[in-house]
Design a protein around this ligand. Structure first.
Ligand code: DQQ
Length: 467
C-alpha cells in the first residue's frame, strides 16, 4: 500500500470492506435509533414504564422487510437509549379476532396488571390482553373482542388503534376512524370494567378532507388546563398533527393545530407517561427507498429519538429530544470545519437579525456534488430540508420539505440535528421537528459544512456512540 492509499484508508469510515453486505455491516442502518434485529417495523405500540423498565412494543412483520402479517415485536430498556430485544410478544391467533393481524394499541397498568388494548383484524375490533408482571407472557381476555363493531348507524372507513386513559372511576377509549365518504374522526367510548364499552360521541372530527380522510393512532392527553389530541392523518397526506384545547364534560374543544413533524418521515407516534412523569413521544420513521431495496437490506423502519412534550402557555406543543441521549455523545467538536462522519449530533445557533439564508449541509461528498441541505430563510420564515442531491440514485425519495418557523424579534435560530447514517432528525427552536431519510454512498459522503457561517453564533457537535 502506498502512503497515499494508506492515508485514504485511514480517513475512510471503517465500513469500507470487501465483505458482502449484511444487516450487521450495512452502512445505512442506524446506530443509535431503535431498530429491530431484522425485518419490518412500523408503529410504536404499548409503550409503558413498569417495574423499573421501559417496554417498547412495535408493529412487526417476522417474514421480511415489508409490511404485512402484523405481530407485536418487543424490547426493554432501563433508559430509552439502550434496548434489549425480546421474543415477539403477540402473534395473530388462527380463528381468533386478531387472525388477520395484531394492529396498534396501548398498554396501561390496571390494578398492577399490565393491560394491553389493541386492534385485532378480522375485520377491525378492539381487544384486551393481560400480561404478567415482566410483560413476557400474555393472556387474551376471554370476552374479546370487547368492542366488536363500530357504533351503530355510523359508516366508517377505519376503526382502530385504541388509546385508553382513566377518568375518575371510568376508563375512556379513543379509537381512530373516518366517516365513509367523509373525513377523519376519533370516536370516544367509556367503560367501568374494561369489558363493557359504551360509545359516547366523536371526540374530534376533521372539518376538511385535506386534514386526512382517516385519523389513525389517536393519542389523547386530558391535561389541565390544556389538553392535547394527536392523530396520524392518512390520505391525501400522511402526517401526524396535534390539536390543543379544552376538555370539559368529555367534549374536546380544539383551539390550536400544529404539526408533530414536518419532515415526512415520522408517523403513528405514541405518547406515554414515563418513569419520571414526563409525556414522551415515540414515532415510527419509515424508509424512503424502494420496497425492493428494503427487502434486499433485510430491515425497514426505525423509531424516533423519544421526544419530551410540553404545552406552552400559547397552546403550542413543544418537543425536545430526551436528555438521556446525551450519554451517547463522544468528544465534543467545537470547530465545524473538523466535523466529519455519518453519525453525530449538532447544536448550532445562528443570529436571526443578520442573515438571509443560513444552515447546514450534511453528508457532503468529497467533490461537493452530493449533499443534504438544511436551510432557514429569515425572509420567508421557512425551514427547508433539501434531499434533491442526497444521493445518486433516483430509487430514493428526493425532494425539498419545508416548515414554517417564525422567530420572535431577537430570537436566534437554534438547531439540534441528529444524523444517524440514513436518518436525520432536526429540532428547530423546540417547536418544529423534521425527520427525514437519505441514502448517500457511505464512504463518499462524510463531509459537513455551515451555510453562511458569518451568522453562526454558537456551535457544538458530538460524534454519537452506537446504542
Ligand atoms: N399501522 C397499523 C394500524 C395503524 C397503522 C397497522 C398506522 O393499526 O392504523 O400496521 O401506521
Amino acid at each position: 500500500m502506498t502512503r497515499r492509499e494508506c492515508l485514504a484508508a485511514l480517513a475512510a469510515p471503517a465500513l469500507v470492506s470487501s465483505e458482502p453486505l449484511s444487516i450487521e455491516n450495512d452502512p445505512l442502518r442506524p446506530r443509535y435509533h431503535f431498530v429491530p434485529p431484522r425485518n419490518w417495523m412500523n408503529d410504536p405500540n404499548g409503550l409503558v414504564y413498569h417495574n423499573g423498565l421501559y417496554h417498547l412494543f412495535y408493529q412487526y412483520n417476522p417474514n421480511g422487510a415489508y409490511w404485512g402479517d402484523m405481530h407485536w415485536g418487543h424490547a426493554t430498556s432501563p433508559d430509552m437509549v439502550h434496548w434489549t430485544h425480546l421474543p415477539v410478544a403477540l402473534a395473530p391467533v388462527p380463528g381468533g379476532p386478531d387472525k388477520d393481524g395484531v394492529f396498534s394499541g396501548c398498554c396501561r397498568i390496571h390494578n398492577g396488571v399490565p393491560t394491553i388494548f389493541y386492534t385485532g383484524v378480522s375485520p377491525e375490533t378492539q381487544n384486551i390482553i393481560l400480561a404478567n408482571n415482566d410483560l413476557t407472557s400474555f393472556r387474551r381476555f376471554p370476552g374479546n373482542p370487547v368492542i366488536a363493531y363500530p357504533p351503530e348507524g355510523l359508516e366508517v372507513t377505519a376503526f382502530r388503534d385504541p388509546c385508553v386513559w382513566q377518568e375518575g372511576e371510568d376508563w375512556m377509549m379513543a379509537i381512530g376512524s373516518g366517516r365513509k365518504g367523509g373525513n377523519g374522526l376519533v370516536l370516544l367510548y367509556r367503560s367501568r370494567d374494561l369489558a363493557h364499552w359504551q360509545y359516547l360521541h366523536p371526540l374530534a372530527e376533521s372539518a376538511r378532507a385535506a386534514d386526512g380522510v382517516i385519523w389513525e393512532c389517536p393519542n389523547f392527553l386530558p391535561l389541565r388546563p390544556t389538553s392535547v389530541l394527536i392523530v396520524s392523518a392518512d390520505r391525501p397526506i400522511r402526517k401526524p398533527f396535534y390539536w390543543t384545547g379544552r376538555y370539559e364534560s368529555r367534549r374536546f374543544e380544539a383551539k390550536k393545530m400544529g404539526a408533530i413533524d414536518d419532515g415526512g418521515y415520522c408517523y403513528a407516534p405514541q405518547v406515554f407517561v414515563d418513569g419520571k412523569g414526563r409525556e414522551i413521544l415515540f414515532g415510527w420513521i419509515p424508509e424512503g427507498r424502494t420496497v425492493a431495496a428494503q427487502k434486499a437490506s433485510g430491515w425497514a423502519g426505525a423509531q424516533s429519538i423519544p421526544r419530551l412534550l410540553e404545552v406552552s402557555s400559547a397552546g403550542d406543543v413543544l418537543m425536545h429530544p430526551i436528555p438521556e441521549f446525551e450519554m451517547l455523545r463522544g468528544a465534543e467538536v467545537g470547530d465545524p470545519a473538523k466535523l466529519r462522519g455519518d453519525s453525530y449530533e449538532v447544536a448550532a445557533e445562528f443570529a436571526a437579525s443578520d442573515f438571509g439564508q443560513s444552515g447546514l449541509a450534511l453528508r457532503v461528498s468529497g467533490d461537493g456534488r452530493l449533499r443534504t441541505v438544511l436551510l432557514y430563510d429569515a425572509r420567508t420564515h421557512q425551514l427547508s430540508l433539501d434531499r434533491t442531491h442526497s444521493s445518486d440514485t433516483k430509487d430514493n425519495e428526493q425532494d425539498v420539505r419545508t416548515a414554517s418557523l417564525s422567530l420572535a424579534s431577537g430570537e436566534p435560530l437554534r438547531l439540534r440535528v441528529f444524523l444517524d447514517r440514513s436518518i436525520i432528525e432536526v429540532f428547530a427552536n423546540d417547536r418544529v421537528v423534521m425527520t427525514s431519510r437519505i441514502y448517500p454512498p457511505a464512504v463518499a459522503c462524510v463531509g459537513f459544512e455551515v451555510v453562511n457561517s458569518p451568522s453562526l453564533r454558537r456551535f457544538r457537535a458530538w460524534p454519537m456512540h452506537s446504542a
